[in-house]
Ligand binder design. Structure first.
Ligand code: NAD
Length: 339
């Protein structure tokens, strides 16, 4: 592997992945493509050693085709997406344009030029939601679970996954997909629940908890996500999908309490806001395939990872302060869990 095109590279997971990749594979070059929507932060990747930043859209097939040829790209990793569930309720068209048609435009360039691998980043949310009170074997989503998306974001991600599989089967594009649980870590845009709660708490402002405070998510540190993608790129089977989950579930109240505790604050800042429409109760992934076939396992323990993340936001106000108010969703009235 020598040249990797990372799309959505100025976003949260994409930029963490670029830094991870350069550290783990210093001989590789990275071309970092991003459309710089409100959620893209150029400084997240621009200027990194061995990384060339390109401002552009995955939906621009001609641009991507040019980049693939000019740089001799071997591998494409597609993180680019509209990712904010609450914004999708307000602007569903943007989500289908990017997450479905953008993905198709990107794949079209890949089909024309040819690459060694096209890896697509997807989400647990395509499978729908789970009841809160069912546990044990069979409770979690496997790679064979049916797609049952319930929100415009989830439906658009599901559509993108179908496009990827169709290009794999029809045009022999060597595709792999990972469906990942909710990520947390540094450089996450402060519209998502962990950085939203953290930055609010640091400012002494209210933390808006959705009324269904027992709804919960499965949390994975962004570095463990990067390690999972690395494992799939090096050892995964073309045409396959791998779930990436930690098994660590925490509800929104637990997230708020953990953040407040890490900052030495009490529960007074917690406030209840109405649920968003079709607010999914729970997602949980069965990651047995990734663990048993590729030997992956998460390395970052939740309490340590969240403490480090809160510490990162405390130390990096200069990064997040200018981003407050940039999200088209009114922050504080609403939030997304992750993506
Ligand atoms: P993010 O919103 O932080 O980053 C998305 C990036 O994509 C932004 O930099 C944005 O500018 C860019 N982008 C948007 N439209 C583009 C286009 N047309 N062309 C090029 N770039 C474009 O999101 P994230 O949390 O980093 O998520 C990255 C990917 O991982 C997404 O596909 C998301 O669905 C998926 N995912 C996220 C989570 C999570 O918890 N955050 C979990 C599972 C899967």
């Amino acid at each position: 592997m020598s040249t990797v095109l990372v799309t959505g590279a100025a976003g949260f997971i994409g930029s963490n992945f670029v830094r991870y990749w350069r550290a783990e594979h210093p001989g590789d070059r990275v071309v970092a493509l991003d459309a710089l929507t409100y959620a893209g932060v150029r400084e997240n990747v621009e200027g990194l050693d061995g990384v060339e930043f390109v401002h552009g859209s995955i939906g621009n097939t001609e641009l991507v085709e040019h980049l693939l040829r000019a740089h001799g790209v071997d591998v494409v990793v597609n993180f680019a997406a509209e990712s904010h569930n609450s914004l999708a309720i307000l602007r569903p068209g943007d989500f289908f344009a990017t997450n479905v048609m953008g993905t198709q435009g990107l794949l079209e360039a890949v089909r024309r030029v040819g690459v060694g691998r096209f890896h697509h980043i997807s989400t647990c949310e395509v499978y729908g939601d789970l009841p809160l009170d069912v546990d044990g074997p069979g409770a979690a989503f496997t790679e064979d679970s049916p797609y049952r998306p319930r929100t415009p974001y989830n439906a658009a991600k599901a559509g993108g996954d179908h496009v990827v599989r169709a290009y794999g089967l029809t045009y022999d594009v060597p595709v792999t997909i990972t469906n990942c649980a909710n990520n947390y870590g540094p450089f996450q845009f402060p519209e998502k629940v962990i950085p939203l709660f953290t930055t609010r708490a640091l400012a002494g402002e209210a933390l808006p908890l959705y009324a269904s405070t027992k709804n919960r998510r499965e949390w994975l540190h962004v570095d463990d996500h990067a390690r999972a993608i690395d494992a799939v790129l090096h050892h995964g089977t073309v045409g396959e999908t791998y779930n990436v989950g930690s098994g660590v579930e925490v509800d929104v109240e637990g997230v708020a309490d953990t953040i407040l505790g890490a900052l030495g604050l009490g529960p007074e800042l917690k406030t209840i806001v109405p649920d968003r429409p079709s607010h999914d109760r729970r997602y949980l992934l069965d990651a047995t395939k990734l663990r048993s076939e590729l030997g992956w396992a998460p390395q970052v323990e939740w309490t340590e990872g969240i403490a480090a993340t809160v510490g990162w936001y405390r130390a990096n106000e200069a990064w997040w302060r200018p981003l407050i108010g940039r999200s088209p969703v009114v922050e504080g009235a609403d939030q997304s869990w992750g993506g």
